[in-house]
Design a protein around this ligand. Structure first.
Ligand code: SUG
Length: 440
């Protein structure tokens, strides 16, 4: 059987809340303090996974990180019993919120992954993202790396690198700024890295909001993964769009196989980049470039049009878009035309409103991993979604998750106990063994 793409979606954790932690992510900033519904968030994510599983896609689940991260709070000097640590940290709400965020749900930021067809040693390579740009996210990489090792355990097939040095010169946000283009999933592909700034040299940069990904980081990953320089392309994201709220490339571009769907303002010198991609691909690159006259950058950011999942369908591509795209007249009109005149033959809208309010759309919620049949068989079996796993995960969410959570609730020691109990049961459900520190 030929290699295929699998989607590893992050399960939304029980502490999902809106703490306004991500400057430059307009949804996160706007929804600060709003009450979240962790139960609905997790069920919305599961419904998306189920929809793709039902259509025959390989779909798997990645467990959330343990939050609140009491160990991180202790490292920051809060002491005593767990309840005392939370109570003391509540006097520093920013720190408590950073250590409680359910941000690991956005697994497009978990790691950069290179399939075996692209790497020098013929294995699948993973580098967890260091996420240094945001405090709450910088707490993720070590635990994420451990989870990836548990899910992809076989060293003969999978290579796990350490996250890059935790310095802003190496700011790395994982697959959100990395796209793989190829004629088929099994063919050697072009790995396309998009960065916001160089990391060591001055140059064109955004003024208002941070550029989270550096070219230095992307280059280091390409070296670590043993990628062929002739099939590796680096491109700079247009700084003006970062200042308009495009904090990751996957908010303005998405690619799959030989199709790139992006906004005309996504890149610096776009024509040169398309030409380079085509040269590296050795074949024509199909492009759907959306002009600002049809969809403005602000409408793209509001609706998250480009944070859709682009998937290979039986005849052409399927675009799994956030429900918000159907509500924005400009975007809805544009999408309505796509199936008739482009390789995108179908558009499927999904309600992911809970995650969207924190700036996480369909594409943020999944990590793509192209696998051969043998590699697929080497993945920890319990993470694959099927009918029964879906039912069991939904019931698990219903049992453990709250329907309302505000940032003020994060200090509640009961929330920590509920979360740990939920995660303890989850590791059994996914057959992953003791992956959380509290289980050791
Ligand atoms: O890093 N939001 C995430 C959203 C990540 C989206 N991922 C991709 N585009 N691939 C972020 O900004 C908000 C959390 C809060 O404010 O409570 C947050 O972390």
């Amino acid at each position: 059987m030929t290699p295929r793409e699998a989607n590893f979606d992050g399960l939304v954790g029980p502490t999902h809340n809106y703490a306004g932690l991500s400057v430059g992510n307009l949804a996160s900033e706007t929804n600060l303090g709003r009450k979240a519904n962790p139960r609905a968030a997790a069920l919305q994510g599961l419904a998306k996974m189920k929809a793709l599983h039902d259509r025959g896609y390989w779909q798997a689940v990645l467990p959330p990180l343990q939050r609140p991260d009491v160990a991180a709070l202790r490292r920051l000097g809060f002491a005593g019993s767990d309840a005392q640590v939370l109570k003391a940290a509540a006097r520093e709400p920013i720190l408590l919120a950073a250590c409680s965020s359910a941000s690991s749900m956005w697994t497009a930021n978990a790691a950069t992954v290179s399939p075996s067809a692209d790497t020098a040693d013929g294995r699948v390579h993973f580098t967890p993202a260091n996420l240094v740009s945001k405090l709450h996210r910088a707490l993720e990489p070590a635990a994420t790396g451990r989870i990836l090792q548990a899910v992809f355990p076989d060293p003969a097939r999978f290579v796990h690198h350490q996250a890059l040095p935790a310095h802003e010169s190496f700011g790395d946000e994982g697959a959100a700024n990395h796209t793989r283009l190829a004629s088929t999933y099994g063919a050697p592909g072009v790995e396309f890295f998009v960065y916001g700034k160089h990391g060591a040299r001055p140059g064109k940069q955004p003024h208002r909001y941070p550029a989270r990904q550096t070219r230095l980081a992307s280059e280091a990953i390409a070296r670590l993964h043993g990628l062929d320089p002739c099939r590796t392309v680096f491109a700079q994201q247009e700084p003006a769009v970062i200042d308009a709220g495009v904090f990751h490339n996957d908010v303005i571009a998405v690619g799959n196989l030989d199709l790139l769907f992006c906004h005309e303002s996504a890149f610096v010198q776009p024509m040169a980049i398309y030409a380079e991609l085509e040269r590296a691909l050795g074949a024509p690159l199909q492009r759907i470039v959306v002009p600002a006259s049809r969809v403005s950058v602000s409408a793209a950011v509001r609706s998250y049009l480009f944070n859709s999942q682009l998937l290979a369908g039986e005849a052409g591509h399927l675009l799994l878009a956030p429900g918000e795209c159907a509500e924005d007249p400009q975007v809805a009109d544009y999408l309505a035309e796509l199936p008739e005149r482009t390789p995108i033959r179908e558009v499927l809208h999904m309600d992911l409103r809970q995650s969207m309010r924190n700036g996480g759309g369909p594409a943020c919620l999944r990590l793509r991993v192209v696998l051969t049949e043998q590699e697929r068989a080497a993945v920890a079996p319990g993470v694959w979604l099927n009918e029964d796993k879906y039912e069991r995960l939904c019931a698990w969410v219903e049992r453990h998750y709250r329907e309302e959570l505000a940032p003020d609730d994060l200090a509640d020691p009961a929330l920590l106990m509920e979360s740990n109990a939920a995660l303890d049961e989850l590791t059994g459900l996914l057959g992953l063994g003791a992956i959380y520190p509290f289980q050791q």
